[in-house]
Design a protein around this ligand. Structure first.
Ligand code: IMP
Length: 337
């Protein structure tokens, strides 16, 4: 079973939490990351501890899951090694031979670019490295001696695991509207990041995909510049509990109410089979940490029903708090597992 998890908004929806939940619940043998690179930040809260990750897949919470980074992804080796240590995942992190390498000069170039500053770039070197990649000048993982023990054929491993009938999760990064092609150009990241691109980053064809889980948050946020429909003032965001700090840059995220137009467009671009809804407890504090759908308040249920009626697909996973276990999973109740 291949499940692809992608973000339906601007990359701050809580995919990390959803992937960590699936890693525990579905015991995938592999969680593989697609997406851009260390410009992404995923927060995972597990067993009372908060992990902020930019390279390692959020599936690290399951110690028997192998963690892979696809050929289409970029890695900054010092950060990768720090995260392997932090998550104690030595021996089970693998890179594709052709995963791209960010060097210090890429980070320097982005820090000095007023153009990228104007777009609100994270200046993590990702765009500069991508541009070298397009020019076929970028180093890849097989060129770096210290990465040798981590190398494997990620596409081969993932496809073979699927052929053996194992569960595999592909973890997308960034968000639909940050896609270089389909997002709010030029206020976007340096690659496509929709479901198809995540498959391509890892090296799996579209016919192999069983489920695409689109992760949307109960409200919308974005960091950096670019349009945001229904944007509210920082005061209002604070009052409503929508004020968040970005994982990578520490910037305050801009906020807006849940947006059904964004939802519809994200569904069109990613063809999800299921929706995962996060941070329901922020909209409905009385529903914090609930783990069954029946227990939810009538207002929360109405909101979920509206998402299902507009999206025409089921909301199967609902996050009611930061911890991996604060999750409602309706997949078996809906006959989907
Ligand atoms: P860059 O990809 O670092 O150049 O950033 C381009 C835009 O995408 C900026 O507005 C960033 O804040 C945003 N961005 C890039 N990656 C992420 C992410 O993983 N989450 C949220 N925003 C992101």
């Amino acid at each position: 079973m291949l499940t692809v998890v992608v973000d339906g908004f601007f990359g701050d929806t809580g995919k990390g939490k959803i992937v960590s939940y699936l890693a525990i619940k579905d015991s995938p043998t592999i969680v593989a990351r697609g997406g851009v690179g260390p410009n992404a930040g995923h927060t995972v809260v597990y067993q009372g501890r908060e992990y902020k990750l930019r390279q390692i897949p959020s599936g690290f919470v399951n110690p028997s899951t192998r963690l892979m980074i696809g050929a289409g992804v970029l890695v900054y080796p010092p950060l990768l090694f720090d995260e392997i240590k932090l998550t104690k995942s030595e021996e089970r992190v693998f890179l594709d031979h052709q995963t791209g390498i960010i060097e210090d000069r890429h980070i320097q170039m982005e820090r000095e670019s007023s153009h990228l500053k104007g777009l609100g770039s994270t200046a993590s070197g990702s765009g500069a490295a991508m541009s070298d990649r397009v020019l076929r000048k970028l180093k890849v993982a097989r060129d770096i001696e210290e990465l040798k023990p981590l190398l494997t054929d990620v596409a081969g491993e993932v496809n073979e695991a699927l052929d053996r009938g194992e569960n595999v999760v592909l973890e997308g990064t960034q968000g639909t509207f940050l896609s270089l092609y389909h997002g709010t150009y030029p206020y976007v990241t340096s690659k496509d990041v929709t479901a198809s691109a995540i498959c391509s980053d890892v090296g799996v064809g579209p016919k192999k995909v069983d489920d695409v889980v689109l992760v949307v948050k109960s409200y919308v946020t974005r960091v950096g510049e670019g349009p945001l429909e229904g944007e509210m003032s920082m005061e209002e965001a604070r009052e409503r509990g929508f004020l968040e700090v970005a994982t990578v840059t520490g910037r305050i995220r801009r906020a807006a109410p849940f947006n059904f137009n964004y939802l519809k467009r994200a569904i069109l671009l990613n063809s999800p089979t299921q929706i995962a809804l996060t941070k329901l407890d922020i909209l409905f504090p009385q529903d914090a940490n609930k783990t069954s759908y029946e227990e939810l308040s009538p207002d929360a249920k109405r909101f979920i029903e509206e998402i299902e009626s507009v999206g025409k697909i089921p909301v199967t996973i609902i996050s009611t708090g930061p911890d991996t276990h604060a999750t409602i999973d309706r997949r078996s109740e809906l006959g989907l597992v």
